[in-house]
Design a protein around this ligand. Structure first.
Ligand SMILES: [Zn+2]
Length: 81
C-alpha cells in the first residue's frame, strides 16, 4: 500500500446565523495567515434581508462577516429602502 500521503483539503462552510449556507471556501496546504486582525470575508445575505423586511425594518442589505476559519464574526445591517 504505497499511497503517498496527500495534503488534506478542507472545506470551510460560511453559514448565516439562521443556518443558510452562503459560500464554501476550499482550503488546502498551509494555515492561512492573518495579515491584519480584521481580515474578514463579507457576504450579503438575502434571507436575513427578507426576514428583517417582513418584520417591518427598512433594510437595504444585510452583510455577514466571517473569519477565514469560517466563524461568523459580525453582522452589519445597511438601512434603506
Ligand atoms: Zn443571514
Amino acid at each position: 500500500m504505497g499511497e503517498p500521503a496527500r495534503e488534506l483539503a478542507e472545506v470551510i462552510e460560511l453559514r448565516c446565523d439562521a443556518g443558510k449556507l452562503l459560500a464554501k471556501v476550499l482550503r488546502s496546504g498551509e494555515q492561512p495567515q492573518f495579515v491584519k486582525p480584521d481580515n474578514l470575508i463579507e457576504l450579503a445575505c438575502p434571507d436575513c434581508k427578507t426576514r428583517r423586511r417582513h418584520a417591518g425594518q427598512r433594510v437595504q442589505r444585510v452583510l455577514h462577516r466571517y473569519s477565514i476559519l469560517g466563524e461568523l464574526i459580525e453582522t452589519l445591517v445597511v438601512e434603506g429602502d
